[in-house]
Design a binder for this molecule. Structure first.
Ligand code: C2O
Ligand code: CU
Length: 485
């Protein structure tokens, strides 16, 4: 369908060049074992589980014989997987050994704004920042990445990102594959461009929605395979790309979607494809017969018309990760769980909403404004349930993320979301020209000076200003004049 109508839509809107950054994803051999990010060590002192993370430069051989300069946490590329339990207090000592200021944001985490790791918590070179907070949300696959003002795209692209897994009683009691790196496998998907010297290259040539790489990697491995030893495998998929949206699936089988950004769905949903925009996660459970060989792949998703070729760089389909089942597979139960910890007191109900706000995304702005660190865009009262109506007014795709909360998608252009989008979310792909109504509640933490962020998670868009700031305050309070202090 795409090209002609896309061209027309762009001409009419005056937007940038079609896929100016995009070359097709290259076909690779799937001959390297998938790297599994190590579980981060921690010590529990005085009841606080304490992790250490150090951001530093390194090198990595992504392509055979090519040495690529990188940044990573505790290693050359990406970072260890942090893991904690609901109810625990955690602390992370984050040291910056880079030559420039960075920050570390805990994406999807409910925590005080001063611990959030956004642009107001910079870590200067040589400094250590030590946020601490209590894990007070359901089990989920969260992640962490830098969020320095105007430079998030570059810091993530060079390799600074990792997973942060949360567990709780419901997730532990669930019938889900749960041996980390064996049948519970993190899969961080990213795309890159290498220049002639083997350096990671960002292309800022006006192409939308940012740099679409010709090389796709999983956990930093190009052309990875994973040996399957059980009848079912849970893949924790993170779209850790800066711009590309994927539609993940298999040529020869469907799978069960069991969790979205903020944790378990009410029940597994059988799907052929799951679409993930930058920042989104999905946990899927895939079944195998002995000896099966199949590949996780990405196909051109239905993005709501004109923008499909945009987000995908014109690719129809490419393979991402090979899964090779052994001749003998250990039994795994079918995915099932009781009422998740989302049930009960936590329930978000549309009838409780007392406030509505609207956000329109267009031209690197939200509601006509670019991000300004010293401007508070919204002030929310703690305890309130709100409906945020978010409209993508562009023919360009966006990915809308709200800090601190997990929301539910009430409607998309007035219709109920498909079952795969009905679970807890902190980031949502915005199809062009559609309106999303998001239900969320702001709890526990208030601050009259330190804001949380909402923004497009296509990181070039974020850096160029498609971001705003909100405070959560006590009833009757207003914003102080000293934003971010
Ligand atoms: Cu994952 Cu404000 O970002
Ligand atoms: Cu965007």
């Amino acid at each position: 369908a795409g090209l002609t109508s896309l061209g027309l839509a762009l001409a009419a809107s005056g937007c940038g060049a079609l896929g100016g950054s995009a070359t097709p994803v290259r076909a690779v051999e799937f001959g390297t074992e998938l790297a599994i990010p190590p579980l981060a060590e921690s010590t529990v002192v005085g009841g606080v589980r304490t992790f250490e993370l150090t951001a530093r430069p390194g090198t990595r051989e992504f392509l055979p014989g090519v040495t690529t300069p990188t940044w990573g946490f505790d290693g050359p590329y990406l970072g260890p997987t942090l893991r904690a339990e609901r109810g625990e207090r955690v602390a992370v000592r984050v040291t910056n050994e880079l030559d420039e200021t960075t920050s570390v944001h805990w994406h999807g985490m409910h925590l005080p704004p001063a611990m959030d790791g956004g642009p107001h918590q910079p870590i200067a070179p040589g400094d250590t920042w030590e946020p601490t907070w209590e894990i007070d949300q359901p089990a989920a696959t969260l992640w962490y990445h830098p969020h320095p003002h105007g430079a998030t795209e570059e810091h993530v692209y060079r390799g600074l990102a990792g997973l942060f897994l949360l567990d709780d009683d419901a997730s532990r009691a669930a019938d889900l594959p749960s041996r980390y790196g064996v049948d519970d496998v993190p899969v961080v998907v990213q795309d890159k461009v290498f220049d002639d010297d083997g350096r990671l290259e960002l292309r800022h040539d006006g192409g939308e929605p940012g740099t679409l790489g010709d090389t796709v990697m999983t956990n930093g491995t190009v052309g990875a395979y994973h040996e399957v030893t059980t009848e079912r495998v849970r893949l924790r998929l993170l779209n850790g790309s800066t711009a590309r949206t994927y539609s993940f699936g298999f040529e020869d089988r469907s799978f069960d979607l069991v969790a979205t950004d903020g944790g378990l769905l009410d029940a597994p949903v059988r799907l052929d494809e799951v679409r993930l925009a930058p920042g989104e996660r999905a946990e899927i459970v895939v079944a195998f017969e002995p000896g099966d060989v199949t590949r996780l792949r990405s196909t051109e998703p239905d993005l709501g018309g004109v923008a499909a070729s945009f987000a995908m760089g014109g690719n129809d389909a490419f393979d991402v990760l090979e899964l090779r089942a052994a001749d003998d597979l250990a039994p795994s139960p079918a995915p099932a769980w009781g009422p998740s910890s989302h049930a009960g007191e936590d329930e978000l109900r549309a009838e409780d909403a007392t406030m509505g706000r609207s956000f329109e995304l267009a031209d690197r702005m939200i509601n006509g404004e670019r991000m300004d660190m010293s401007r508070i865009d919204e002030v929310v009262t703690v305890g309130d349930t709100e409906v945020w109506e978010v409209r993508n007014a562009h023919p360009v795709p966006h990915s809308f993320h709200v800090h601190d909360v997990q929301f539910r998608i009430l409607t998309i252009d007035g219709r109920e979301p498909p079952p795969g989008l009905a679970g807890p979310k902190d980031t949502v792909y915005l199809e062009p020209r559609r309106t999303y109504r998001l239900l969320m509640r702001f709890e526990d933490y208030t601050d009259t000076e330190m804001p949380y962020m909402y923004h497009c998670h296509m990181l070039l868009h974020e850096d160029e200003g498609m971001m705003g700031q909100f405070l959560v305050v006590e009833p009757g309070e207003t914003a102080s004049d000293h934003v971010g202090h």
